[in-house]
Design a protein around this ligand. Structure first.
Ligand SMILES: C[S@@+](CC[C@H](N)C(=O)[O-])C[C@H]1O[C@@H](n2cnc3c(N)ncnc32)[C@H](O)[C@@H]1O
Length: 488
């Protein structure tokens, strides 16, 4: 059951995190005689308390909350107001700090009830999540040159739905810092949410375009502990001009990705989507109704064909799917409006099936005669090319590009995979890599426990060579992919 506080998005921010953010803000407003600072979502008052504990005059601090109980509980704050922040206008604050609510369109009653107004107000970034609207609105209520420091859900970094939001930030701010907060930060509240601390300076107008592009951002990779904010390990810190985010397709905000890898992405004109066909397949709308899971050979019915829907790490290269779907998928499906089909021209063809959900990413060979679900699936009539692409998709380089640059969330759809840069290898190299891929698939077919690691290393090395990945960067890629759960 969601408590009333949870429904409003109330989660208390841990103290060391608050202290780090307070320090960032104080550094930026130190020169001002009487700064105006706002916490627009005060909750239990932790930001205000730590601002005051750091010596900020309480008269400078303003606080809002939509929850009257939160306002009452913080009655000692001089400038506290029961207020919906998203309706405030002309704030003219020097700094805005806090932890706004993270509620998606689906979860938030507030968004549903105020949809028309929010769409008018935030149409340029979309109304997907309250935190993004809070950032947008905070920027409108900041003075030019003012500072925003928020801890927010980190989905905005790479998720395709936040592309307009990222563009908006690039057009209105200097990104001073993005820190990926420790993975377990909100676990004490049972909230499994990945977060980032963003510090932005409002800097608008076309006259400041070059200033924004040339601005050097500090990007700090996922930290282990809160104490690391104050002394982050140097291999996690990257300084980069904002123009890299501007140039990147869909303006992905990547963190601590070597420039050599970014250059590969920016400078390779051909993408995987240009050299293989495919995408999603059948969405049954009701797997329990349309899929079967036979428990043994005796139960197998030749009219029910293997259905591949989402592999995992252990399923890389080849696995037998436990699911079956009727080969005459069309007849029963036609009666159900939620049963949807795409790419039917590829049904029953030999291909590649990718995982879509989960921290890991992997690709598996899919034999002819199968059907496939809403994960990504790729096809080519050229068998050598197909096996080469399978090797490429299972390479550390591709995994890194997908999980560190294109999509830090756990949902990898065909659209992201198709953006992998594609370099055609020399013919003999391609044959060699495709042969190794064939060997791994055949060996895993014969023995699902087959240890393919030595062959995988060989493929990784050859793919690095094709893409010209610097040996010094290879280690970073391997570290990231070897510990994806903590890294993303
Ligand atoms: C994640 S909590 C943050 C609490 C506190 N700042 C902290 O970090 O511990 C978000 C707060 O935003 C408040 N809130 C939600 N929607 C709001 C709105 N439209 N205007 C102002 N406050 C809002 C909730 O009541 C809640 O107290």
């Amino acid at each position: 059951m969601l408590t009333a506080k949870r429904a409003l998005g109330q989660y208390s921010t841990p103290l060391r995190t608050v202290d780090y953010m307070v320090r960032k803000v104080i550094e930026k407003i130190r020169h001002l005689k009487s700064p105006k600072i706002l916490d627009p979502a005060v909750g239990d008052g932790v930001f205000v308390e730590r601002l005051m504990a750091s010596g900020v005059n309480p008269a400078f601090i303003h606080a809002f909350d939509i929850d009257p109980d939160a306002v009452q509980a913080n009655a000692h704050i001089p400038n506290i107001r029961h207020q919906d922040f998203l309706t405030v206008q002309g704030g003219e604050f020097d700094a805005i700090i806090g932890n706004p609510p993270y509620k998606s369109k689906r979860e938030s009653r507030y968004i549903k009830e105020n949809k028309a107004r929010l769409e008018r107000q935030f149409g340029e970034i979309g109304i997907r999540n309250l935190y993004a609207m809070f950032v947008h609105h905070a920027l409108s209520n900041l003075k030019e040159g003012g500072t925003l420091c928020f801890i927010v859900q980190d989905s905005f970094l790479t998720n395709v739905y936040y592309q307009d939001f990222r563009r908006f930030i690039l057009d209105h701010c200097l990104i001073d810092e993005i820190v990926l907060a420790p993975r377990k930060l909100f676990h004490h509240t049972d909230a499994d949410v990945r977060t980032a601390i963003i510090t932005l300076t409002k800097c608008t107008g076309p006259e400041n375009r070059e200033k924004r592009s040339a601005h050097v951002m500090t990007l700090i990779d996922r930290l282990q502990e809160e104490d690391d904010y104050f002394h982050p390990p140097q291999d996690k810190v990257q300084k980069l001009e904002q123009r890299y985010f501007e140039r990147m397709e869909k303006h992905n905000f990547f963190i601590n990705v070597p420039v050599s890898i970014i250059d590969i992405i920016l400078k390779t004109p051909l993408k995987l989507g240009h050299v293989v066909d495919g995408g999603t397949g059948i969405s049954t709308g009701n797997d329990a109704k349309f899929l079967r899971k036979p428990s043994g050979i005796a139960e197998e019915d030749p009219d029910w064909v293997p259905f591949y829907k989402n592999g995992g790490t252990k399923d890389a290269w080849f696995y037998e799917t436990p699911y079956r779907i009727h080969r005459d998928w069309e007849t029963p499906g036609r009666q159900y409006k939620d049963f949807m089909t795409r790419n039917a021209q590829h049904y029953f063809k030999e291909g590649i099936t990718c995982s879509s959900m989960g921290v890991e990413f992997s690709a598996s060979y899919m034999p002819a005669g199968c059907l496939f679900g809403v994960n990504a699936n790729f096809f080519s009539d050229d068998r050598e090319h197909l096996f080469y692409v399978l090797a490429l998709l299972n390479s550390t380089l591709a995994k890194y590009i997908i999980r560190a640059v294109f999509n830090r969330t756990n949902m990898v759809t065909a659209g992201y995979i198709k953006r992998i840069p594609y370099i055609e290898p020399a013919p003999e190299l391609k044959t060699r890599i495709a042969d190794i891929a064939r060997t791994i698939v055949a060996s895993k077919k014969a023995n699902p426990q087959f240890d393919y690691r030595p062959l995988q290393c060989e493929i990784d090395a050859l793919i690095y060579e094709i893409y010209g990945v610097d040996p010094a960067d290879r280690k970073l890629l391997e570290q990231f992919c070897g510990n994806l759960y903590e890294a993303v």
